[in-house]
Write a protein that binds this ligand. Structure first.
Ligand SMILES: Cc1cc2nc3c(=O)[nH]c(=O)nc-3n(C[C@H](O)[C@H](O)[C@H](O)COP(=O)(O)OP(=O)(O)OC[C@H]3O[C@@H](n4cnc5c(N)ncnc54)[C@H](O)[C@@H]3O)c2cc1C
Length: 460
């Protein structure tokens, strides 16, 4: 690609902000994976929908690949530009476009951060309930493109549940208004849902109409220490049967060690192999119900210790332990697995996988945590100092193959919420059948005939 063709883009869109400095190319060319060397052609920062359409049309004429880009907090390499692509960053398109009190919807530009969406909903006495630790940096467009989950899925579901309408620039530059905020719409294929989780391979999300809901009732937060992995599912079943859960998250002692070294406060003394942070609706009876559940857990030997937050500050401190894990591991460039199973399949799977990881990773530090109440485990493997990045990843990939086979036998998915991106594309076939993948490729061809949107992502 030559400067002359970029000059063509500038001639077409004279007000478009374009960045080509090496520092900018590096900054916008990577996501949180840090595995690939960024090498984009340039960074385009459109200010409106017309500029996005202009960029995509120009890319079609010139045969230039385009990488849609949000906050680049992605953990699967979906927003990586390592092959001369044009990065199309939505970060300047970050405004609220409208609130409808009757529909209880908020319409926003796709570059708004999740945190800004939360704040905008709060101004109207409502909430947008999808939430997770990257809220300050990730964009709503990226959340939609990955069908992001997070810490409240057990109560509210994934991003998919909260999208009432989308405005999308398809691969040929055409503007699509999908579902237009309707609750009921039985008029054929739901292209809005197809777009959600499509990882920037079918279209660029430019605007979204989000459903809002009433704020959650007051809640309480508890941290529990557990003696073994079997206890995890017992405690989950116990608490879910007696309380209305808003969150149920777990992590191991290894994760705790990292997050404490990163500045979090220890809340339970002693060494315990597993921990749970749970949040549940707090009314007058739930305090007693929580304590009763705790006692039952102690009596059965499923719980070793626990604390219940006595203030908002304490609740925030307990959450910080769980939410700080991803950040505390980042300096180790972890190899991430983000797997999903039916909750009922978890106990058998966990037994099998514990054996597998113990056997295959005897010298690696393996950090487990995740949204166990949704059947979603994050298994992070940390690189030993003596291994190069390349050798480390090669060894991890061998185990991922075994993990993918095990998941396939248990009916699980190789990606729960991070997406396939570049990281897991070799394993898509363990979760999706050949027939499904062929249909997905066909859909891609229809939305993006020249294959210019995020090429190489999702499919190998
Ligand atoms: C500390 C931390 C905690 C996290 N916790 C969670 C969690 O609990 N749950 C969870 O689901 N994820 C989590 N993530 C992962 C990440 O935050 C999500 O995947 C998020 O949805 C990515 O949003 P983003 O704007 O950063 O997207 P990016 O990383 O910029 O992009 C992700 C994908 O979306 C595409 N894309 C971005 N914007 C658009 C657009 N406007 N139109 C079309 N395609 C687009 C990109 O091409 C790419 O394929 C976490 C990440 C971090 C760093």
């Amino acid at each position: 690609m030559t400067d002359a063709s970029l000059a063509g883009l500038v001639a077409r869109l004279p007000h478009l902000r374009l960045l080509t400095e090496p520092g900018d190319l590096e900054h916008y060319g990577r996501d949180w994976t840090r595995r690939w060397t960024p090498a984009p052609l340039a960074i385009a920062l459109p200010a409106d929908v017309a500029e996005v359409q202009g960029i995509v049309r120009w890319a079609n004429e010139q045969g230039v690949a385009v990488v849609p880009s949000g906050g680049r907090t992605g953990l699967s390499g979906g927003a990586v530009a390592a092959n001369g692509e044009l990065v199309l960053s939505l970060e300047r398109m970050n405004r609220v476009l409208g609130f409808d009190a009757v529909d209880r919807t908020l319409t926003v530009q796709a570059g708004m951060t999740l945190h800004a969406v939360h704040e905008a909903a709060k101004e109207h006495g409502l909430i947008y309930p999808v939430d997770f630790a990257a809220r300050g940096s990730c964009s709503i467009g990226g959340n939609i493109a990955t069908n992001a989950g997070g810490i409240r899925v057990i109560r509210y579901g994934n991003t998919r549940e909260w999208i009432a309408g989308l405005t999308v620039v398809a691969g040929n530059g055409e503007l699509l208004q999908l579902n237009r905020g309707l609750i009921k719409n039985s008029s054929g294929y739901d292209l809005r849902q197809l777009m959600i989780g499509s990882e920037g391979t079918l279209g660029v999300v430019v605007e979204a109409t989000l459903r809002l809901t009433d704020p959650a009732p007051p809640s309480q937060v508890m941290l529990l220490a557990l003696p073994n992995m079997d206890a995890l599912m017992e405690v989950f079943a116990l608490f879910r049967s007696r309380l209305t859960l808003q969150a149920f998250e777990f992590f191991t002692d290894v994760a705790l060690r990292h997050v404490l070294a990163h500045g979090a406060q220890r809340a339970i003394d002693g060494d315990h192999p597993y921990y749970v942070v749970t949040e549940f609706d707090a009314d007058e009876s739930s305090q007693d119900a929580a304590l009763a559940a705790f006692e039952v857990g102690l009596d059965h030997g499923w719980i070793s210790d626990g604390v219940i937050a006595q203030s908002e500050a304490q609740a925030a401190a307990l959450w910080r332990v769980r939410e700080g894990i991803t950040e505390s591991l980042a300096p180790h460039k972890p190899y991430k697995n983000d797997i999903s199973l039916r909750i009922s399949a978890l106990p058998d799977f966990l037994h099998e996988i514990q054996g597998l990881l113990g056997r295959e990773y005897p010298h690696f530090e393996v950090v487990w945590f995740g949204h166990i109440g949704d059947g979603n485990l994050h298994i992070n493997v940390l690189r030993p100092e003596h291994l190069s990045d390349g050798d480390f990843i090669a060894q991890c990939e061998l185990v991922t193959k075994l993990l993918a086979d095990t998941l396939q036998r248990h009916g699980g998915s190789i990606s729960a919420e991070h997406g396939i991106g570049l990281v897991k594309r070799a394993y898509l076939g363990s979760t999706r059948s050949e027939a499904e993948i062929a249909l997905m490729r066909g859909v891609k061809q229809v939305f993006d005939p020249k294959g210019l949107l995020n090429p190489g992502k999702l499919f190998g």
